[in-house]
Ligand binder design. Structure first.
Ligand SMILES: C[S@@+](CC[C@H](N)C(=O)[O-])C[C@H]1O[C@@H](n2cnc3c(N)ncnc32)[C@H](O)[C@@H]1O
Length: 408
């Protein structure tokens, strides 16, 4: 048995031989050991945990991909409106140093959802991260978004960093744990919402499959799972179906309970078609788009916001009509095509959706959400190569956004 194999079996992480060797050298130096065979013989229990600390990627920040927290809050509020006496349970796994579960707790607090209505559990493999999560103390690196109003409200400057207030810390129960060692029999169906973001990307196919099965067991039949964008295809292959929720990568169990709460964009399955019977010919579109005059930004934003509101409210025809009106004056509006793609897809008009999203990325090649939707569609239609290409483009945009602080 070598270190890589031991680490991989214990964590599911797809670690390279070079990373395992580097971690082993670092750990042996910490211990003042020179004999790698002796080290390997002792590699179990707490020593394996110590080595694991050197290969995990605990990267996280507060309100990372904030759309997920708004979507989860909406879900909680809708559920509580229906069943006020039924508290909800949320799981954040992996929680890293608590950034994700505390963001959820702050989002709920801002929405006025009282603590007894929702319990949040947070679990991570790394002892070091869990200790940090319990402490709730963060450096400036944890605050990367453009809107930091939450920092004023819930944090105090302390010790060169920021200390999270006790009221939010008390809403989250943090503990160390390994996804693959959870007591799934005891926890089956316990969670109404599971955040499992940016974990499966570090697994190989086998571990991702095993992880998806566990997540499926933990999630209630009418629950919501939030994943990272690159993890959606793997989850779709293993018992989940992707939901089109704006700004979030959310999934449900593939064979859901028919009584489940539908998120806004899936409500109106039976609404009549909003896609024009005859979409304009592709060449005409590309010609017109290339020569389009610059839009009046404020007007455009307002029209787009109205279209989103209609789509979110299930008025797909109204949303599409607004988009077409907008495109008649400004044929270069990538966002209008994006919304048309969403409302088409919500009605099962997959080919039309794909066409609109392709137009969207033609007009704005860095349109991350459209690239992700195209990747998913390609994956669902079995075109793995095309899916891969869109996914890679989306990943590049995503990486750029992180370094540029959210700007596209
Ligand atoms: C990149 S962080 C993701 C944190 C957060 N979910 C986010 O998206 O910002 C990945 C975390 O996964 C944890 N991890 C790795 N393998 C795990 C396992 N088998 N069970 C639980 N946590 C694990 C690591 O310790 C690390 O903190």
């Amino acid at each position: 048995m070598n270190a890589r194999r031991l680490l991989q079996d214990a964590t599911g992480l797809n670690i390279t031989e070079a990373d395992a060797q580097r971690a082993m050298r670092e750990r042996m130096a910490q211990l003042g050991m020179a004999d790698s065979h002796a080290y390997l013989r002792a590699l179990a229990g707490s020593e394996l945990s110590a080595l694991t600390e050197l290969v995990v990627v605990p990267e996280s920040w507060l309100f990372r991909d904030p759309g997920a927290f708004s979507a989860a809050t909406d879900f909680v509020q809708r559920r509580l409106a229906l069943h006020p006496a039924r508290p909800l349970r949320i799981l954040s796994l992996p929680c890293a140093s608590g950034e994700e579960p505390y963001s959820m707790a702050m989002a709920l607090d801002m929405a006025g959802v009282a603590p007894p209505s929702v319990r949040i559990d947070a679990i991570d493999l790394s002892q070091v991260s869990v200790r940090r999560a319990i402490a709730g103390h963060y450096t400036r690196n944890a605050f990367r978004g453009a809107d930091l109003a939450f920092r004023e409200r819930y944090f105090m400057e302390q010790g060169g960093g920021y200390q999270l207030c006790d009221a939010i810390r008390a809403r989250v129960g943090v503990r160390q744990g390994n996804l693959f060692e959870l007591d799934t029999a005891a926890l089956a169906g316990s969670y109404d919402i599971v955040f499992c973001r940016n974990l499966l990307i570090y697994f190989d196919d086998l571990a991702a499959h095993a992880a998806a099965k566990i997540l499926h067991t933990l999630l209630a039949d009418d629950g919501l799972l939030f994943a990272g964008y690159a993890e959606v295809p793997a989850l779709c292959r293993h018992g989940f179906a992707a939901l089109r929720i704006r700004g979030a990568f959310a999934l449900e169990k593939a064979a859901p309970d028919p009584k489940r709460l539908a998120p806004p964009l899936r409500r109106a399955q039976a609404v009549r078609s909003v896609v024009p019977a005859q979409a304009e010919p592709q060449e005409a579109f590309f010609r017109a788009a290339r020569h389009a005059p610059a839009p009046a930004a404020a007007q455009l934003d307002d029209a787009l916001a109205q279209a989103w509101r209609r789509a979110d409210g299930g008025d797909f025809a109204g949303a599409a009509a607004l988009c077409h009106t907008l495109l008649a004056t400004d044929p270069s509006s990538a966002d209008a095509y994006f919304i048309l793609g969403i409302v088409s897809e919500c009605q099962g008009q997959v080919a039309a959706a794909a066409d609109y999203w392709r137009r969207c990325v033609y007009l704005r090649p860095g349109h991350y959400e459209a690239l992700c939707h195209l990747a998913l569609l390609a994956r669902q239609s079995g075109d793995a190569q095309v899916a891969e290409a869109y996914q890679e483009r989306a990943a590049r945009i995503y990486a750029r956004r992180q370094t540029q602080g959210g700007a596209e």
